[in-house]
Design a protein around this ligand. Sequence first.
Ligand code: MEV
Length: 425
Amino acid sequence: MGKSVHGFSKLSKHEKINWLVTTFFNDDEKIKKVIQQYWNTNKVLQYLHDDFIENTISNFYIPFAIAPNFLINGKEYTIPMTIEESSVVAAASLVAKFWRTRGGFSAKVISTKKVGQVHFMYKGNKEELKNYFNSKKEDFYKVTENITKNMRKRGGGILDIELRDKTKELANYYQIHVTFETMDSMGANFINSCLEAIANEFKKPDIQIVMSILSNYVPECLVHAEVSCKVEDLYAENSEELAQKFVQAVQIANAEPHRAVTHNKGIMNGIDAVVIATGNDFRAIEAGAHAYASRSGKYKSLTNASIENGIFKFWIEIPLALGTVGGLTKLHPLSKLSLELLENPSAKELMEIIAVAGLAQNFAALRALTTTGIQKGHMKMHLTNIIKQLGASEEEKAFLIDYFEHKTVTHNAVVEAYKKLAKDK
Ligand code: MEV
């Protein structure tokens, strides 16, 4: 009751913060400072960010990092990554270096079709519906001509328009299923505008249009990326056995959904970080990737691995509907910079780069999990973070890292060791 508010979006930013602070934080001035310390002093930049969404009161920073040394299809890349999880960028950089001495990554776009649907209900005769749809098909292209004009000039547009009978799944339910080629744009607005125009042209009293919307399930907007090398070149020791374990780890993810979800989460660590850095929609990518992982009816790994004739091969196949023009890509200064850093790739090239980022992350995770485990690396980072928070000197830092070499790192244990060190001095 006391926490509801009317006309909030019409308040100024200061008024919004005042309401927040008095309603939730007992008028605590410190809260205002926390919020305001993230405001940008560059007003133009701040207005830009304010306007991305409604009710903006501050900015939420996520680190923006770069992972150098990627070799993809023989070309060098420094990959921008936006992510809060420690170890993801370090892992990407390590793996990039590892594979560049083994021929690098190769990647190839398989297809770039996107999908949108007009969902509708119809209770009448099926043949009549088919005839009506066929009589309208040409008009669908006509009523979307203005919207598709520029896209057609760039080589894209509407590829196909089909009537789909979905009455087995849901009584009276049909779709107009439209496939699109959107070239370098993600195409959400373009697709939705076309669909609404088509729906408008199609409607009549016995057809109830329920909704018109693009689909984030894009199994035909697919990219493949891979690495391979001789098994003996994969590890310094026990290469044969460790390579087998690596392949088994992928097989386990293919056999068991609990593991597959975590396995794919690790892949998405790499994918999302680049998707966000380049101003693309990571929710769309996530939804599409997980749906693709379930396409057989069972949730499985997005990567695969094999050993054949002494050659280890590791690959990913993932749908990625991306844009390098439009949306946030050029609007957000850091997305623009990210795309420049990648030498302004086409959407296809970006699909290849991002698939590689996912594959690299999965390689790092599986290599660690099947050898030392991931905690060793994580704990090292955890330890250095705590040491940093404690404000330890370089000398104290070296001591503590050495001290915890074979001990379990917990926040308490590090604080205690640090205190003891200070006392002993
Ligand atoms: C952590 O963010 C990701 C991993 O759990 C992925 C995996 O288990 O493969 C390490």
